[in-house]
Design a protein around this ligand. Structure first.
Ligand code: ACK
Length: 367
């Protein structure tokens, strides 16, 4: 009997011991497993955070946002993050095509890594420049290099490791839109002009989606290629305005191209995609009038006063009423009432698909 009891005791002790060990082991695996899961999850979220933060800049997956190169402590880091360094032996300069604030603009050829040669425009920084000039010059490349759109001028790369410092961009056979239109006064169909405007609006939609405000949208800052494709160019924030002969100093000390600029941007420097939409309306007027000067020979002060009193540019000769309506929409005093670039693109797309809507001219309504 005693022996039986002893046996039961041993079995019971062993069972309790075994069960306890099982519980301990289960707990141990659960805890270490959870720890590992927790560590893995933490690492993943850290990796995600690192992906969102590039060089201290917040990035969101799927939404590409523009990074102001001036937020880099060392601006040369910005240019190398956004622009490829080109070996100058790959560049063949052919001729001078113009003058920029920093030096000559040339046309030439760039040998691509596949050995094909492509036509390019080359902006050079003239010798004897200050560090500040070099930084301002390269700022444009740091901005352009962030964009990838058929209606934005494409950056091929930069030369910074040898002299002269250069910015190499795609070649646009027909040059600036304003002089191109003046040279070909009356030569295009309304549909061709609307096609050009559609391209510019599409480029501007891309820029506004990226959070980039151009501030100097004007026909002189649009380039045209041999297929009549228009591309937005001239990036560089304040530098653009320094460089623009149209930009005048305001009473608040800024330099602003008055005729192209929204009233709130002139009055208190409130630049936004909505002020770019005002400028877009002026570009529409320039295009439909084949490069006429907005407000003709009126002085800047008279332009400001007239706009304040409610005056708006009339429709250019032969301009469809629907396009003048769109211009007036872009020139609303209240900036939130102006169309977004996405609305402008869809409106122009509809006109292109249904050109009969372009037959009514403003002159027809007035008689
Ligand atoms: O009106 P344009 O012929 O076009 O004269 C000016 C000049 O250089 C000074 O800016 C021309 N230009 C600028 N960038 C380019 C480019 N990517 N392709 C062709 N021409 C250009 C501009």
């Amino acid at each position: 009997m005693a022996a039986e009891q002893g046996q039961i005791l041993v079995i019971a002790t062993a069972a309790v011991g075994g069960f306890t060990l099982l519980v301990i082991l289960t707990l141990f695996f659960l805890i270490t497993g959870r720890c590992q899961w927790y560590i893995k999850a933490k690492m993943k979220s850290e990796e995600k955070r690192r992906n969102h933060l590039q060089n201290g800049h917040l990035r969101f997956p799927g939404i590409k946002t523009y990074i102001d190169p001036d937020t880099y402590e060392d601006p040369s880091l910005a240019v190398h993050e956004f622009a490829k360094e080109i070996d100058p032996s790959r560049i063949r300069i052919e001729r001078v095509i113009g003058a920029g604030e920093f030096g000559e603009v040339c046309s030439g050829r760039l040998k691509t890594p596949g050995k094909r040669e492509i036509p390019v425009a080359i902006k050079t920084l003239k010798g004897g420049h200050m560090d500040r000039q070099r930084r301002d010059f390269l700022r444009e490349a740091s901005i352009m290099g962030q964009f990838d759109h058929p209606n934005i001028i494409r950056l091929e790369g930069v030369v910074t490791k040898s002299r002269p410092v250069m910015i190499v961009v795609e070649y646009m056979e027909n040059g600036s839109l304003d002089s191109f239109l003046r040279k070909h006064d009356g030569h295009f169909t309304v549909i061709q002009l609307v096609g050009m405007l559609r391209g510019i609006a599409s480029g501007m939609k891309y820029l506004s989606d990226m959070g980039y405000v151009h501030r100097d949208l004007a026909a002189r800052n649009i380039l045209v290629n041999s297929n009549l494709v228009c591309k937005v160019s001239d990036f560089g924030l304040s530098r653009v305005l320094e460089d623009d002969p149209e930009a005048a100093y305001t009473t608040t000390g800024g330099k602003i191209p008055i005729r192209w600029t929204a009233p709130e941007a002139i009055a208190y420097r409130k630049f936004s995609s909505a002020s770019d939409a005002w400028s877009y309306g002026i570009v529409m007027w320039e295009v439909m009038s084949y490069g006429e000067r907005p407000y003709w020979e009126m002085s800047n002060q008279d332009v400001i006063l007239s706009i304040e009193e409610g005056y708006r540019l009339p429709a250019p000769m032969g301009c469809p009423a629907s396009l003048h309506q769109l211009m007036l929409h872009c020139w609303q005093k209240e900036r939130n009432h102006r169309p977004k670039f996405t609305d402008i693109v869809s409106f122009l797309d509809k006109l292109i698909r249904n050109p009969s809507a372009l037959h009514t001219l403003v002159e027809d309504i007035l008689v």
